[in-house]
Design a protein around this ligand. Structure first.
Ligand code: SF4
Length: 228
């Protein structure tokens, strides 16, 4: 039986980042076909995909050289059989984040700095991701959990820096980001906001004038940490 894949997204100047985010390539067979890779890689890609699903946005896909199994951009996203191997000493929480996950959506590991898991969503699934096993389902940041995070930050005057992380914090809407930043700005001892993101690299359309104006208008020192 022939496989029918979703139609490839045609990108032009009017394609929004939200459209690009919702039209990713998720099927290893489609990836191999689109990139004209040897069919021998399919089984391994399906095995790796079962461990951690394939996800590639079109702007990133378009930069991969067709037919080149060693293209470094491809190797960041191509699932492989070795991902299913059992390796002694391998741990699912390599940065020991679970012991610092004091509240849903919050990791407080270092003095003065708190990391917030805004969302579990990413535009791309990187094969080396250190959060591939992170329990995002137990860290959903709904309105109630957000109020608890704000209270936590309010109560600890030693905290001066907040990191927006995920998943990818820029997978969330500008409205939500703006509201969260406004809430944080009411806490006087917070001075710096860091945004850890891979989206500008894999889906540059995400950097909208609305987003940059949110940062320009914030009272925080803002730092973008790009994951490249
Ligand atoms: S973008 Fe970051 S969080 Fe998302 S899969 Fe890649 S490394 Fe992991």
């Amino acid at each position: 039986m022939m496989n029918s894949f979703p139609k490839a997204l045609q990108i032009d100047n009017n394609t929004s980042w939200q459209q690009l985010l919702s039209h990713t390539i998720n099927d290893p067979e489609q990836l191999i076909k689109l990139l004209e890779l040897p069919h021998d890689y399919l089984q391994g890609a399906q095995t790796g995909d079962a461990e951690f699903s394939l996800k590639v946005p079109t702007p990133y896909l378009n930069k991969i050289k067709k037919g080149d199994i060693n293209d470094p951009l491809l190797r960041q996203i191509l699932p492989i059989e070795a991902e299913a191997q059992q390796i002694p000493g391998y741990v699912t929480d390599p940065l020991a984040e679970m012991s610092a996950n004091h509240h849903e959506g919050l990791i407080h590991k270092y003095k003065g700095r708190v990391l917030i898991i805004l969302t579990g969503a990413c535009a791309i699934n990187c094969r080396y991701c250190f959060r591939r096993h992170f329990p995002y389902q137990e860290n959903k940041l709904g309105p109630k959990q957000w109020q608890q995070v704000l209270k936590y930050l309010n109560d600890d005057e030693s905290i001066s820096e907040v990191i927006f992380s995920g998943g990818d914090p820029l997978a969330t809407s500008d409205n939500r980001l703006a509201q969260m930043i406004t809430d944080l700005e009411k806490i006087p001892h917070l001075t710096r906001l860091r945004i850890h993101t891979r989206l500008p690299i894999v889906l540059p359309q995400r950097i909208t004038p609305e987003f940059t104006s949110i940062l320009e208008n914030s009272r925080f020192d803002t730092v973008m940490v790009l994951h490249a």
